[in-house]
Design a protein around this ligand. Structure first.
Ligand code: SAM
Length: 278
């Protein structure tokens, strides 16, 4: 791949006065070897459009481009970053489009051509909300092939968690029902400028063509949300309002009414959702 022709990120930040703002969750990655490594963990980008949320001064954007992304669409809320991003666009003609806006409000689909991958180092609050949106579209398969996302280590563990673990819950079930999800990198706070309080991890999720087990999406989301809303309660108590014969339905799905949600695996949650829907 052609190497990155632009100045080091520290100079970019100094030249454009991009002091990190806490209110925008700004913890920048300045090591281009690291951002190229994250871009590589997103898979083969050469035939893909990549949606990047929160490019900031452009460390990951530069990684995605130097790793060969066909086209990058970057959505950034902080207008201070736009001149630095314009320099990247000029260095990679026709390969980077930047939209100034809030990723929670902008619809990127008009600007993207499939196949599409998503990559981002996001502020943590926005990250979880976007992840849940990307995991719960009206139709499956979704508009994206894969998600490569930086999270607080604790959130990353909730996405890949197995039944019986403390981290297991709604996020694990939503993610693992229709995706393969794994942690591909761990990063200490010092990898960022300024360093956050906690460690981070990159999670790579690949959309499966079909859900792992059949279930109606809305029903499954409702059952899982209720079950984990009161995760210490027994399933029969947590799901009491769902059906008059909830104990029978739990048993039919292979779940003991006295089980707690954190011990129930994905297959049995899907079976229960099927029984509740019909
Ligand atoms: N990608 C850059 C990097 O790795 O160095 C910056 C990462 S920083 C953790 C998060 C970025 O998301 C910041 O540039 C911030 O301005 C931007 N951001 C915060 N909220 C946003 C939102 N709602 N929509 C789009 N961008 C947002």
């Amino acid at each position: 791949m052609p190497s990155d022709p632009l100045p080091p990120l520290r100079s970019v930040i100094a030249d454009h006065g991009l002091s990190a703002r806490k209110s925008l969750g700004q913890n920048f990655l300045l090591d281009l070897n690291l951002t190229a490594k994250i871009a590589r963990s997103a898979g083969d980008l050469t035939r893909c459009d990549v949606l990047e949320i929160g490019p900031g001064p452009g460390g990951l954007t530069r990684g995605l481009l130097s790793e060969g992304a066909r086209h990058v669409l970057a959505i950034e809320k902080d207008s201070r970053c736009l001149p630095a991003l314009a320099e990247i666009a000029a260095a990679w003609p026709g390969r980077l489009t930047v939209i100034e806006g809030d990723a929670l409000k902008v619809n990127p689909l008009d600007h993207l051509t499939p196949p599409i991958r998503i990559a981002a180092n996001l502020p943590y609050n926005v990250g979880t909300e976007l992840l849940v949106r990307w995991l719960t579209p009206p139709d499956w398969p979704p508009f994206w092939q894969s998600l490569t996302l930086m999270f607080q280590r604790e959130v990353a563990e909730r996405i890949v968690a197995a039944p019986g673990s403390k981290a297991y819950g709604r996020l694990a079930l939503l993610a693992q029902w229709r995706c393969d999800a794994r942690i591909v990198m761990s990063l200490p706070p010092q990898a960022f400028t300024p360093p956050p309080k906690v460690s981070s991890a990159v999670v790579h999720l690949t959309a499966l063509p079909e859900p792992r087990f059949p279930a109606d999406a809305k029903t499954l989301e409702r059952v899982v949300a209720m079950a984990f809303n009161q995760r210490r309660k027994m399933m029969r108590a947590a799901l009491k309002g769902l059906a008059p014969d909830i104990e029978d339905k739990l048993r039919a799905a292979g779940i003991a009414p006295t089980d707690r949600a954190e011990t129930v695996d994905l297959e049995r949650f899907c079976a229960l959702a099927q029984l509740i829907k019909t």
